[in-house]
Design a protein around this ligand. Structure first.
Ligand code: PLP
Length: 369
């Protein structure tokens, strides 16, 4: 609670970093500088060459960060476009995808064969092996999940996929900047999840010859993605990945949050808790309290979190991720709390206090007689 002109102002606490992380100052500075550069990066005059230089320096930074050649970086409008480019542009006859993929993957093709996951959200490796035996395919398995933070055993998956001559697409939109990028043929990344602005991302294609442009237009990005390049966004993306961040400290705050919530209400469960997880995401199931209602009550108390997966219209759909993990009706009783490097201990303490009130109201615990 702060004060302005003697009036108490309720402060707002942002715990939805997995939806969009706050844009870093370094990224805002880079974006403003690039936006002030006059010229289209495809023009041959000096202004165009200056603009193109900014893009190629950004490409070099991303390539060094990803451990690939600069030609492997294809700038896109974000994670969704990078995913669609890999799925449609790699032109593979068969498409396997885990049941917990982001809708960007699941909606890209209508003939995906879905791979089941266990109760912690980890892909069933036997099912993957059996399907790979039927012939080569493009396999889409995310690095880490956007709702639970669960990390897939991606090195073992990559080995299995490559042993059968198949290709692996790994959606690293949530893990990029937190974990080393996965050993996949195609990796999707997005700036707005790691401190850059929305509307810019990249497909990292180890062998770019394996992907054909879908949006061809003026042949930009070596024909892989037509359209005038987003100069300010690309410059800011490169600035964001260069900023060091302390994820171990975030993990320790997240762990303390979960311990405190469990102490308040022993009936909760943390979805995917037994699996390796990203340091910043907690998916909390409070049986009997709809996620949507919890989100609204917490918002009124000044805390921004999300329920399951929210689509662009703001409507909340039932979580296909939690349903695939076998949560049944309880899938609708979960909220996602996602932290970032800017989250403080005081914010977590305030959140825990607010959550205790909400939880007690929406799902009072039966007291022992
Ligand atoms: N994949 C995952 C795991 C995500 O969390 C998101 C964003 O919500 C996307 C893909 C889509 O990325 P973008 O918003 O950049 O299109």
């Amino acid at each position: 609670m702060g004060r302005m002109n003697g009036i108490a102002i309720k402060s707002r606490v942002y715990l939805d970093h997995a939806a969009s992380a706050p844009v870093l100052t370094a990224a805002i500075t880079a974006m403003a500088q690039a936006a002030a550069t006059i010229g289209n990066p495809s023009s041959v005059h000096s202004g165009g060459r200056t603009a193109n230089g900014i893009i190629e320096r950004a490409r070099d930074s991303l390539a060094a960060w990803a451990g690939v050649a600069p030609e492997s970086i294809i700038f896109t409008s974000g994670g969704t476009e990078a995913i669609v480019l890999a799925i449609l542009g790699s032109n593979q006859p068969r498409f396997l995808a885990s049941a917990v993929e982001h809708s960007a993957v699941l909606a890209a093709r209508d003939n995906a064969v879905l791979l089941p996951v266990d109760a912690d959200g980890i892909v069933d490796m036997d099912a993957l092996e059996a399907l790979l035996r039927e012939g080569p395919a493009l396999v889409a398995i995310q690095h880490a999940n956007n709702e639970t933070g669960v990390i897939q055993p991606i090195a073992a998956i990559a080995e299995m996929v490559h042993a059968t001559g198949s290709l692996l697409l790994s959606d690293a939109v949530q893990s990029a900047g937190k974990l080393p990028l996965p050993p996949a043929d195609f990796i999707a990344v997005s700036a707005h999840k790691l401190g850059g602005p929305p509307g810019v991302g990249a497909l990292v294609a180890r062998n770019p010859a394996l992907v054909t442009g879908i949006q061809r237009g003026g042949g930009q990005e070596r024909g892989h993605r037509g359209g005038t390049r987003n100069l300010p966004g690309i410059a800011a993306f490169a600035a964001a990945i260069s900023e060091p961040r302390d994820w171990a400290a975030v993990a320790s705050l997240r762990n303390s949050l979960e311990t405190r919530l469990r102490t308040i209400n022993s009936g909760i469960s943390i979805n995917g808790a037994a699996a390796p997880r990203l340091p910043n995401i907690s998916s909390v199931c409070l049986p009997g309290a709809r996620g949507n209602t919890q989100v609204m009550a917490l918002d009124l108390a000044g805390f921004m979190v999300s329920a399951g997966s929210a689509c662009s219209s703001g409507k909340v759909a039932a979580s296909h991720v939690l349903a695939a993990m076998g949560l049944g009706d309880a899938a609708g009783d979960s909220i996602r709390v996602s932290l970032g490097p800017s989250t403080t201990e005081a914010e977590i303490t305030a959140f825990v206090e607010a959550w205790a009130v909400v939880a007690n109201r929406l799902a009072p615990q039966v007291q022992p007689a």
